[in-house]
Design a protein around this ligand. Structure first.
Ligand code: NAP
Length: 209
């Protein structure tokens, strides 16, 4: 599958590394694809990963992942051009002024993305897992659960497959408006990791028979 990962930071790099190692064709969409930093990053990852400008990166992509800071989310989405009919993974959290949710209760970052990317099939996913765990490692002998939500069943199926390949336990949490619950959950994970000093190696898991 051809995957465009928008953002060359922790999440973008982690996903590019893991999916490319599984044989997917990954392009990193960056504001500065020719900068020394991004050129060196792409060379270090290997596996055929390339970098391109934002609009070029999504050309022919089966799936597009948004992995930029919330403050840059709208402008980055607009820079990708017409996204109608495209499958988008929104991995972002709508943080403002540090780790504070700027949207909630009756709206969510995922729903905002769907407004900006008119006609796209947005799936909220991967927002509650620490970027350092995107290699899909198990914790306490179990896969980490990744709840996903979105309004298009086919898009969710594609995204579930890709995330499952990474080694995660994917759970369909429902419609895109469930982002209103998944985004605060990320904040809990961060507070546990940082404030309670549990570190990066903690993950969310739904136990069931
Ligand atoms: N870090 C985590 O563990 C984690 C986990 C789950 C979800 N998330 C969410 O995923 C998103 C990305 O997180 P991250 O940790 O990967 O962020 P990051 O390390 O700061 O990287 C974000 C990337 O976004 C691009 N970008 C575009 N516009 C930008 C701007 N105005 N300022 C800074 N960077 C800009 C940059 O790539 P170019 O310079 O190449 O354009 C940058 O490398 C966030 O919304 C975050 O809440 C993070």
């Amino acid at each position: 599958m051809r995957i465009a990962v928008i953002g060359s930071g922790s999440v973008g790099t982690g996903l590019a590394r893991s999916w490319s190692a599984l044989g997917h064709s990954v392009v990193i969409g960056s504001r500065s694809p020719e900068s020394d930093r991004v050129v060196e990053l792409v060379a270090e990852i290997g596996n055929g990963v390339t970098a391109a400008g934002l609009a070029d990166s999504v050309d022919g992509a089966d799936v597009i992942v948004l992995a930029v800071p919330w403050s840059a989310a709208e402008v980055s989405t607009a820079a990708l051009g017409d996204l109608s009919g495209r499958v988008i993974i929104d991995a972002m959290n709508p943080f403002v002024k540090g780790f504070n949710l700027g949207i909630g209760h009756t709206d969510s970052g995922g729903e905002r993305v769907a407004e900006w990317a008119d006609g796209a099939h947005v799936v909220k996913a991967l927002n509650i897992v620490d970027a350092r765990l995107l290699d899909g490692r198990q914790l306490d002998g179990r896969e980490i659960s990744i709840p996903i939500c979105g309004d298009d069943a086919d898009a969710k199926s594609v995204v579930a497959g890709l995330i499952g390949e990474l080694g995660f336990d994917v759970i369909d949490a429902g419609k895109l408006e469930i982002s209103r619950l998944l985004e605060p959950l990320c904040l809990l994970m961060i507070k546990l990791s940082m404030k309670k000093s549990l570190g990066a190696e903690i993950g969310f898991r739904v136990l069931r028979d």
